[in-house]
Design a protein around this ligand. Sequence first.
Ligand SMILES: [Zn+2]
Length: 259
Amino acid sequence: MNSEDTPLRPSGLPPAAATRTRFGAARPARRGFLRAGLTGAAVLGTGVTLGAVPASGASRGTSRRPSTPQEALRELTAGNERWRTYREKHPDETPAVRQTLTSGQHPFAVVLGCVDSRVPPELVFDQGLGDLLTVRTAGEVLDEAVLGSIAYGVLELEIPLVLVLGHQSCGAVRAAVEADISGEELPAHIQYLADQIAPNIDRAKEGDARVDSTIDANIRAVHARLAAEPDLAAKVSAGQLAVVGARYELSDQHVHRLA
Ligand SMILES: [Zn+2]
């Protein structure tokens, strides 16, 4: 995901400025109250949220926090380029940022990634505190808690980007492929993961190629499932959200877009 090929750029999105209403309108009191409870932000009686605006401004210095799908993708692309070329900025870690974030949060991307210790989203995208709402499950497998967490980020925090991030050499995908071949039950709750990944197994391939191809197919399937969620799809149609599938290569630390 480097700046030359910009593979994460969303296609077919309308101009963003006209669609973004992050701080424009007062929200119903119930939703405002819910947001305050979840973020710790102070809320006026009209539902106008305070706290998130200073957080975004202070944490980014002179640069504006991404507020559109396009801007969010550009920032992740730039961060991954810094990471893989050993030029990280380690943004949003200062004492001032930590204090500002006590009054609210305004992350600009949801990243649904694998639990794999080699692919922490804040590192591979060179982001800091308050920047990413991360949800991590082995193999990026979905369940109700994951869907609810993503919905919270998009609908309540009005995050403009959901990125599904799979990766090279995913152990969860390999386990699912091997269990499919052997027919053996995996221990404890690990079988649940395999069951979720199984429909995406690429049986046209063999050995390591099957694992690698299934990694891509699994990313695309999770992306398709999220993109079909009615609440998210409505946001996408309105140009307020992009749902993107991408893969991280352990070998060169590059993130490239798949869906
Ligand atoms: Zn993995």
